[in-house]
Design a protein around this ligand. Structure first.
Ligand SMILES: Cc1cc2nc3c(=O)[nH]c(=O)nc-3n(C[C@H](O)[C@H](O)[C@H](O)COP(=O)(O)OP(=O)(O)OC[C@H]3O[C@@H](n4cnc5c(N)ncnc54)[C@H](O)[C@@H]3O)c2cc1C
Length: 417
């Protein structure tokens, strides 16, 4: 059995196979496990998640229990967001207007998706009034890393509604690394081609060729769409279309230290702002009670900032803090680190969301292909797409299918999602 990619999905799959007493080869292109969940402690001297930071409920409950079982501290984060309007905190009426507008946008997209109209989410919105730009940000770039012109109404409507969130004090990436600790992982080994032509599946890597009866491909669809991992023969349209039209959006953290809490914000508080146009963002304050804050950007803006020289992120941060909290608010900024997930060669983006018209393509991605090839990863989960728990569940699903195949059931048993 060969598993390609040691992110959440590949790790979950390998753990299931190990539990069942099966041998496996887990190949990872980079020098570490975790993929888009990675905790750094060197940048700021406290755990900082460069990728996934929050576990959304209810879908994340099982993964949270697993991490708690490994000794990780997983508290809830504050549920209500604060709202700022050009230098001052919003009053209750304005806050209700903001929340109501975002809900109206969300409901319009879901209604279109539920009725099967697979359009760009931006096309189905009613007139949203004063908080229109903020509602676009909250439902698009902030939720899935894409502006609403690139979001399928059907895909959006199938996403599980989020009711609260948890965080991991030691870092979600650290939790994932611990869950991978008992596994044998072959690092620095990038798969380039998977051949289904012979009796065994053959995987060509930068360090030679390996073979297995079954393969689980747990790499982001962006890597396959970019031609970095090819299939021989090429995948039929049913799967190829999903892998090319369920694309990764852009989402980044511009993390920074601001000692002494001059903005007067609570630990892990989410702050939203009244946006004027596309240059919208949110702030996650004082991560874990520390002096580290994170300005959250997504969609085209995140892509543009990642394409620009690193100094652009700092300049953007200063401009944003000055606009939202007044002159002088940015004066105490210390260390700044901006992630650039669209530039990571084995991610090429942040989280998946189907393009308009491709909202029904995910389902095929959890099928058994040619009797012995399985796909895993957040992009293959119909309701928890874009999330770490979705990736985890997809890995467990793929492992269950692989075990069924090895037991003689070429259909991979009943697919569990
Ligand atoms: C900035 C950011 C913020 C996020 N915030 C959240 C959040 O708050 N909550 C949440 O639930 N989710 C969040 N996510 C999404 C979450 O991180 C992902 O959904 C999840 O980690 C994806 O796991 P995966 O296993 O599907 O893919 P990945 O984590 O991408 O793992 C794939 C692995 O395959 C490896 N690989 C790629 N190509 C090859 C190859 N050719 N050969 C061998 N190995 C290869 C990669 O190096 C990687 O290790 C965020 C993501 C980002 C980037």
């Amino acid at each position: 059995m060969v598993i390609i990619g040691a992110g959440a999905a590949g790790i979950a799959a390998a753990r299931k196979l190990a539990e069942a007493g099966r041998t496996y080869l887990l190949l990872e292109a980079t020098g570490r496990v975790g993929g888009r969940a990675r905790t750094d402690t060197a940048l700021f001297g406290v755990p900082f998640d460069l990728g996934a930071q929050r576990l959304f409920l209810p879908g994340a409950a099982a993964f949270a229990d697993l991490a708690r079982g490994q000794g990780f501290d997983i508290p809830a984060v504050p549920t209500a967001a604060r709202l700022y309007i050009a230098g001052r905190e919003a009053n209750d009426v304005e806050y209700e207007d903001f929340v109501g507008t975002a809900r109206r946008a969300q409901r319009a997209i879901i209604a279109a998706g539920d009725s099967g109209r697979d359009l760009a989410a931006a096309r189905v919105l009613p007139d949203l009034g004063a908080f229109s730009a903020s509602a676009h940000f909250v439902t698009g770039p902030f939720f899935c890393g894409k502006d609403l012109e690139e979001v399928s109404t059907v895909d959006y409507s199938r996403a599980e509604e989020r009711e609260g969130a948890l965080t991991c004090r030691q870092g979600l990436g650290a939790a994932l690394t611990k869950l991978a600790a008992p596994l044998a992982v072959t690092l620095d080994t990038a798969a380039r081609e998977i051949s289904l032509r012979g009796r065994l599946i053959q995987v060509e890597t930068n360090r030679g060729t390996v073979r297995g009866q079954v393969a689980i491909v747990a790499v982001p669809p962006s890597v396959i769409a970019a031609g970095k991992l090819r299939f021989q023969p090429g995948l039929v349209q049913r799967y190829g279309a999903g892998l090319s039209r369920i694309t990764l959006g852009a989402y980044d953290h511009i993390a920074f230290t601001l000692p002494g809490n001059p903005l007067g914000l609570g630990a892990d508080e989410l702050v939203q702002f009244k946006a004027d146009g596309e240059r919208a963002y949110a702030l996650i304050a004082r991560l874990g009670g520390s002096d580290v804050h994170s300005l959250e950007v997504g969609g085209r803006l995140a892509r543009d900032l990642a394409d620009a020289p690193p100094a652009a992120a700092r300049a953007f941060l200063v401009e944003a803090l000055t606009r939202e909290f007044g002159a002088g608010a940015a004066r105490g900024i210390g260390e700044v680190h901006a992630t650039r997930w669209t530039k990571e060669p084995f991610a090429l983006g942040a989280m998946s969301c189907a393009l308009p018209g491709a909202g029904s393509f995910r389902r095929a991605l959890s099928e058994v292909i040619s009797g012995r090839l399985l796909l895993a990863g957040e992009h293959t989960h119909e309701t928890l797409w874009g999330t770490l728990p979705g990736a985890w569940a997809s890995g467990e699903r793929a492992a269950a299918q692989a075990l069924a195949i090895l037991a003689g059931d070429a259909t991979g048993g009943r697919a569990v999602r």
